[in-house]
Ligand binder design. Structure first.
Ligand code: C2E
Ligand code: MG
Ligand code: MG
Length: 399
């Protein structure tokens, strides 16, 4: 009688033919080894090494795969434990079947406790395509349970599938692993670069950390550094290696290095823009953009110091009305004279490019005095007038 494939796998685990290899991940800027991914390998007695593509898809047809994944998870915990104070977080691949596994998080918690592994040293990798086929509420609950025990979740092969952005936004995910297909053409193709820029912009805006996998060339690395990518993984640095080699690599790299990674020197446009924005936010409580002809605005930033809250985007005239409602008669006149859309358009037509004004607003029994500067400018390619406004709170007193 033919043995079921899973029996062969169990046997191979028992005879140590199935092994966890580790591929190091590096901080994209400092180049230090900061984490790793566990990848399964089947070492046949004749020395042949079978890659996962040859047997994982077969196991993934049913929940047989769970057994292998838990074996890998245990191996990763053992390795983290053995590394002791030199440990780095290790990510383990989990197939979609685990989403349905009852008490997944409890099993994981028990495993971490058994090997005395802190939850932040273990990362759960699940592919984007795996998540797309399950019911959203089931996945969400599963993910929150994992996040609640302090384990980070990474979405693997991000961009390969068709996950809606909404999906990622609502999930307690820490990392996006950008699919290696994005790096093809060596990041030289303009459209490819544009797509990648958008993915990184999206990740940065949602405060998700990013890992690029399949990094093979220096050009790719340089480009990823410009994108403020957090971690890189690929043949340029190291192939997946056996545990013994990984332990040596980690021990060597974990030696303290001088803080010579100059953030400024290596900055790309993202880094500089983010730094600049940080500095501007220190100065101002509100940053707002508007299209005066289209009567639309977008609030890029509003600090918690400001009581008056406007929706992130909307109609300029609506915020004018709301602000005037909070002002005394005299202040309302001033607002209308300087900051209403009509007043700003008139100022622009007269040739003014900068409007500066101080106004009081009364909210929750407090009077807040705001100093506002508005820059008026022509739309780069349409017949519209745009504004960029910044406001600073200069006084906050009881009414
Ligand atoms: P993955 O999780 O996306 O893993 C990354 C794959 O990219 C690995 O292939 C890795 O060896 C390969 N890779 C790394 N750097 C480079 C590079 O610079 N260039 C290129 N071309 N490839 C690179 P690998 O080890 O063959 O694994 C293939 C897939 O098998 C994995 O993709 C993962 O989906 C699955 N897999 C591996 N181990 C496990 C496991 O323990 N459990 C489960 N469920 N799936 C696993
Ligand atoms: Mg993976
Ligand atoms: Mg991947």
């Amino acid at each position: 009688m033919k043995t079921a494939f899973i029996d062969k796998v169990v046997n191979a685990i028992e005879t140590h033919e199935i092994k966890a290899y580790y591929q190091p991940q590096y901080d994209a800027n400092s180049g230090r080894l900061v984490s790793a991914e566990a990848l399964v390998r089947w070492e046949k007695p004749n020395g042949e090494i079978i890659s996962p593509d040859k047997f994982i898809p077969r196991l993934e047809k049913t929940d047989d795969i769970n057994l292998l994944d838990w074996f890998m998870a245990e191996e990763a915990c053992r390795t983290i434990h053995e590394l002791g104070s030199k440990a780095v977080p290790i990510a383990v691949n989990f197939s979609r079947w685990h989403v349905k596994e009852r008490d997944f998080y409890r099993k994981l918690e028990t495993l971490l406790n058994t090997y005395d592994v802190k939850p932040e040293y273990f990362e759960v990798e699940i592919t984007e395509s795996a998540l797309a086929i399950e019911d959203f509420s089931v996945i969400e609950q599963w993910a929150y349970m994992i996040a609640d025990i302090g384990v980070n979740i990474a979405i693997d092969d991000f961009g390969e599938g068709f996950t809606s952005l909404q999906f990622v936004k609502d999930m307690p995910v820490s990392f996006l692993k950008i699919d290696k297909a994005f790096l093809k053409d060596n990041c030289q193709d303009d459209r490819g670069r544009g797509t990648l820029e958008t993915v990184f912009y999206f990740a940065n805006r949602l405060n998700l950390r990013t890992i690029a996998e399949g990094v093979e060339t220096l050009e790719q690395l340089k480009f990823l550094q410009c994108m403020d990518c957090d971690r890189v993984q690929g043949y340029l640095f190291s192939k997946p290696v056996r545990k013994e080699d990984f332990i040596v690599m980690t021990m060597m790299d974990a030696a303290p290095t001088v803080e010579d990674d100059d953030y400024i020197k290596k900055q790309g446009s993202f880094t500089s823009q983010n730094l600049f924005l940080k500095a501007i936010k220190e100065e101002y409580d509100i940053i707002i953009f508007g299209n005066l002809y289209k009567n639309s605005y977008y609030v890029m930033y509003m600090s918690d110091n400001i009581f008056f809250k406007a929706p992130t985007a909307g109609v300029i005239d609506d915020i004018t009305d709301a602000a005037i409602a909070l002002s005394s008669k005299e202040q309302a006149r001033k607002y209308d004279k300087f900051l209403s859309r009509r007043a700003l358009i008139e100022a622009y037509i007269k040739g003014e490019r900068r409007v500066e004004v101080e106004l009081d607003e009364k909210v929750n029994g407090m009077i807040q005095k705001l100093h506002t500067v508005i820059h008026l400018m022509e739309h780069p390619y349409k017949d519209d007038v745009l504004m960029v406004g910044v406001s600073r709170l200069i006084e906050n007193k009881e009414a």
